[in-house]
Design a protein around this ligand. Structure first.
Ligand code: SF4
Ligand code: SF4
Length: 179
């Protein structure tokens, strides 16, 4: 009899508990500040061109060799009556997200602040049927920054694991809200 009462009490307790799951993908959990998805290229809105000069530093440093970079002479350079001080500019750029291990090394070695780790849901939700669709080209890599839809991952020094993993206060954010 006591056992039944205990079971019923436990059942009732669980019945009253707030749900611990979310209706993904209709609802998104807010992404912690310290989370990071994949690298993206940044757009220089002042000059209206990419920051990337195609210098190959990130390509050489990438431990899994998932980047391909081609540079060209910048047709918008001042010497050609343009507005840019970048003599060279990125021509073609591919990153294979299927191989990228999100190590942030490409961001660290870039001398032009031209690349950043993205931490929006858009950056995380990269499911595809064909792995070839995870090879991002220059336009795909630039589009989020050009549209102002990028939330750069910034390392927060001195944070404890508990702080990093702490769940943000807001819950059940609709899918449209990023970050
Ligand atoms: S995050 Fe790391 S693995 Fe991914 S592209 Fe950059 S250097 Fe390569
Ligand atoms: S992202 Fe930075 S390091 Fe990589 S090619 Fe462009 S300018 Fe060079």
């Amino acid at each position: 009899m006591i056992g039944i009462a205990k079971s019923m009490a436990r059942t009732f307790q669980v019945f009253l508990r707030r749900p611990v799951t979310r209706n993904y993908p209709d609802y998104h959990k807010p992404i912690p500040e310290t989370d990071r998805a994949f690298p993206l290229l940044l757009w220089d809105t002042e000059i209206d061109e990419p920051f990337c000069t195609g210098c190959h530093a990130c390509e050489r440093a990438c431990p899994v060799e998932c980047m391909t970079v081609l540079m060209k002479d910048n047709p918008n350079h001042k010497s050609l009556d343009g507005t840019s001080s970048r003599r060279k500019i990125i021509d073609k750029f591919w990153i294979d997200y299927a191989r990228c291990m999100r190590c942030n090394i490409c961001v660290e070695v870039c001398n032009f602040d031209a690349i950043a780790m993205n931490n929006t849901w858009e950056g995380h939700e990269t499911s595809v049927y064909d792995r070839k669709d995870l090879v991002m080209d220059l336009q795909q890599l630039l589009s989020q920054s050009r549209d102002g839809n990028i939330n750069e991952w910034v390392p927060v020094l001195g944070q404890t694991n508990e702080e990093v993993n702490a769940e943000p206060a807001a819950t059940d954010e609709p899918k449209s809200s990023e970050g």
